[in-house]
Structures are given as C-alpha cells and as structure tokens.
Design a binder for this molecule. Sequence first.
Ligand SMILES: Cc1ncc(COP(=O)(O)O)c(C=O)c1O
Length: 183
Amino acid sequence: MTGCFADIDLTPSDLELARRRAAAGAGYIDLTSSNPTQQGLLFPPDILQTAAADYWTSRRYAPDPHGLPAARAAITRYYATRTPPLILSDDAVFITAGTSEAYSLLFALLADPGDNLLAPNVTYPLFDYLAALRQVELRSYRLDEERGWQIDGPSLLEQVDARTRAVLLVSPHNPTGAGPTPP
Ligand SMILES: Cc1ncc(COP(=O)(O)O)c(C=O)c1O
C-alpha cells in the first residue's frame, strides 16, 4: 500500500480475528452497526414519498457546500431555544455528513503537516486516524478518573508547544460519559 498508511501494519489483530470467529456464529449482535436499515429500522414510506414528490415537480436542485439553507436555518433556530440560548447566524453553520467529517475538515483547516493537536486520553479512537491522514501529530492530555474524568490541567499544559494548533474537548465525553453538570 502507498500513501499515509504505508507504514502501518494492517494485519488483523488477535482481537479482530476473535471478533470474526464470533460473528460467524449464531447470536452475534454487532453493537457497532450504525446503519439503521440493516437493523430493520426502515424509513416510513409516506415521508420518503412526500420528499421525493417535491423533487419530481422541478427535478432541479441547488447544492450549497455549507449545507441546505433551510437545514442551516433550522439548526440556528434549535440552538436559540436551548438553555442557555446560543444565538448564531445561519452563515456560522456548516453541515457535514457526521462529526467525523467535521473533525477531518477542522484538522485540515487548523493545522499544517507537523503541527499538533491535543486530544483527551481516554478517547474516541477515530482521532488518531484523522490526524494521520492530515499528517498532524495527535498528543494526549490526561482525564482524571478520580475527579469524574475532568481534564487534568497540568497534563494538558505539558503537551503544549509552539506547534499546538487546537485542543479537542468532547462533551459529553466518549467513552466516559463525563459532561457538564445540569443547571
Ligand atoms: C467523540 C466522537 N466523535 C465522533 C464520533 C463519530 O460520529 P459520526 O458518526 O457523527 O461521524 C463519535 C461517535 O460515537 C464520537 O463519540
């Protein structure tokens, strides 16, 4: 393989081999499956038909790289009703196909190859791969289990240097579930 993963050993690990053996047997439930239609959750046909009917009337569409204007306006309305309210202009909202894509765009926007970003440890494993794709170094700062997985400030500051471009904060946090205390 060539490219940024050329040096990575992609041989299935013992864990993955065990998973494949389990998946071949009966009663295996894949809790990582994120496609609802593969789990028997099908979209209601009347909603799909109504959405499609609008398309057949004009057969035109006007894509916007920021996301559909009506969807962005709905998002700003939603944030305005939260407690405390967050007042945004529609221009401040960019829609991506999930947070993974948003992270990837942000990593590229904020950091050049060789720069670094700080991410919590423990963490969501995707960040390592997104950083590798952008040739950005991902550094870990510690979360303190004794204090409900809050950020360990000194550990965060130890990682910062002149090439640090951003600190990733995940709230509510995955996998610990730590988040803001309710008002
Ligand atoms: C912290 C974090 N980032 C990203 C993702 C992936 O989200 P998406 O499916 O929206 O790309 C998850 C999913 O659990 C997550 O916990």
